[in-house]
Design a protein around this ligand. Structure first.
Ligand code: SF4
Length: 497
């Protein structure tokens, strides 16, 4: 019997063709067509909270405060009164194809010109998180500009994108009267509308990396697994999925049972690299299909552990938007005389790197620790820690010999795992792999975004509030758990050796 997709039963609250297109729906749609559909029709109970939105709002607020420190006015009355900045306006109007549109501009700035309210007018301002201006930012400004023009009865020639960075407030003016941007908005609204009047949600996005930040990930993960979606196989993105479809492979099971040589020949037509990767994809799919890990390489995965007197487990917490590695967490794990690892005596030793103290002090403290334990391997998961540490050391004038010793001391458990094993998992991130080995984080459902939110909240609180808050404590616990999770994976690998 054909399985019902999960959203067909309890996960959709209602389906009705509604005609209003909003800025929020457009934002979701640009990210993933399916997300817009689920935002409108999905059951809110199926949503998983993500700290990502809270981080965005926090950054947005700080950026707006930096642009105009005075309290903004509220609603249309503030526009009529000519307030310098206005929030809380709801815009309604019509789109280029007569669609009903609605938007809540996060911030309006008074600029010179003429409008129905007098010798001034407004332009939209949005905050950009991340380093690049995206299509999403441009479309958001364009949509708000279109509706604002209808409200203030005066053209909106440009909008402003701002971002609070380490170095101050970054500004970028976007011209809204360009025909190309207006056409993009028109086409996007037509497509968004077409997706929203469907009776079933659009397919899962092919770039499943986006899903880690999406509130619908729980629901979509269930569907991806149930339908054997090819993107569930590590190494298959949208392009490769398309190629596999073209050669008749549609599910994980199809791939798991394919002949690697025949598949390699078929994929070769799309380029040599696709042919070469085919046997690896078949092996990964097979492992996921039957649920049993497969060893790729018989050499020990972490030979350095055999005689190590102890290990340092290392994990960095960062604010990627401003390149700030604010916490370097270490666990000192000693080895007892009988060769056992002394987990009960493991000691967590965090180093907070406040940028007002400067990177020279941070490097001095890190160097001292690494020198004390110079014979101990430093285990970390993923390349971030090694890249950051080497970059910091280079900046602080470490010579070639010191850098070589540092590289030698650092062991990336993720890369050793990938070199030696295939696991029955759809990704090899620390959370997924450590959970699979049986490790559990103390704080359930916490991820890097939530940890970053705790950090930003703690940093922006006043001294007295900081003392009373638990955010730093939770952040340290989370980082400590990341270090222990790294050990859980390393120990699994070591035990297989
Ligand atoms: S979880 Fe992924 S596929 Fe599902 S709606 Fe979100 S981004 Fe789209």
């Amino acid at each position: 019997m054909k399985k019902q997709a999960p959203y067909r039963q309890d996960m959709v609250i209602h389906y009705q063709a509604s005609h209003v297109l909003t800025d929020r729906l457009l934002h979701s749609w640009v990210r993933c067509n399916r997300k817009a559909w689920l935002d409108r029709y999905g059951n809110p109970a199926s949503r998983v909270w993500s700290a990502h939105r809270a981080l965005q709002l926090d950054h947005q607020q700080k950026s707006f405060n930096e642009l105009i420190p005075n309290k903004p006015g509220q609603g249309i009355r503030a526009c009529q009164a000519g307030a310098e900045a206005v929030v809380g306006v709801r815009l309604k109007g019509f789109g280029p194809s007569n669609e009903l549109l609605e938007a809540h501009p996060p911030f309006l700035q008074r600029v010179s010109g003429t409008s129905r309210w007098g010798e001034f007018m407004y332009r939209p301002v949005i905050a950009r998180q991340g380093r690049k201006l995206t299509r999403d930012h441009k479309l958001a400004l364009s949509l708000i500009g279109l509706l604002l023009e209808q409200l203030q009865k005066s053209p909106v020639p440009n909008g402003l994108v701002i971002s609070k960075a380490h170095t101050g407030l970054e500004h970028q003016t976007i011209s809204l009267d360009k025909a190309s941007l207006q056409k993009q908005l028109k086409d996007s609204l037509i497509k968004l509308n077409a997706d929203l009047i469907r009776s079933e949600p659009p397919a899962l996005t092919s770039d499943r990396r986006k899903c880690s930040l999406c509130s619908w990930r729980g629901l979509c993960n269930i569907e991806a697994k149930a339908t054997g979606n090819l993107n569930e196989v590590s190494g298959i993105g949208s392009k490769r999925k398309q190629m596999l479809h073209e050669v008749g492979i549609s599910t994980v099971h199809d791939l798991a049972t394919a002949n690697p040589i025949a598949l390699s020949n078929s994929l070769q037509t799309f380029g040599e690299q696709h042919g070469q990767v085919a046997p690896q994809l078949v092996s990964q799919a097979k492992v996921q299909d039957i649920g049993i890990p497969k060893r790729l390489n018989l050499a020990p995965a972490i030979p350095e552990l055999k005689k190590a007197p102890g290990v340092l487990l290392y994990d960095i917490e960062s604010d990627p938007d401003i390149h700030d590695d604010f916490l370097h967490g270490f666990i000192r794990l000693n080895r007892k005389r009988n060769g056992q690892w002394d987990l009960n005596g493991a000691k967590y030793q965090p180093i907070l790197a406040l940028h007002e103290h400067g990177s020279a002090l941070c490097w001095k403290r890190l160097k001292r620790k690494l020198t004390i334990y110079k014979d101990w391997p430093v285990l970390h998961y993923g390349e971030t820690e090694a890249i950051s540490l080497i970059r910091l050391a280079t900046k602080q004038g470490a010579n070639e010999k010191e850098l070589a010793e540092l590289r030698n001391q650092l062991i990336d458990i993720h890369s050793r795992l990938r070199l030696h094993w295939l696991l029955p998992l759809n990704n090899y991130g620390l959370k997924v792999v450590a959970n699979w080995t049986g490790f559990h984080w103390k704080h359930k459902g916490v991820d890097g975004a939530r940890a970053l939110l705790w950090w930003r909240q703690w940093r922006s609180a006043k001294q007295e509030a900081r003392r009373k808050s638990n955010q730093l404590k939770w952040l340290l616990q989370y980082n400590q758990d990341d270090c222990f999770a790294t050990w859980a994976v390393a120990k699994w690998l070591f035990n297989q050796d």
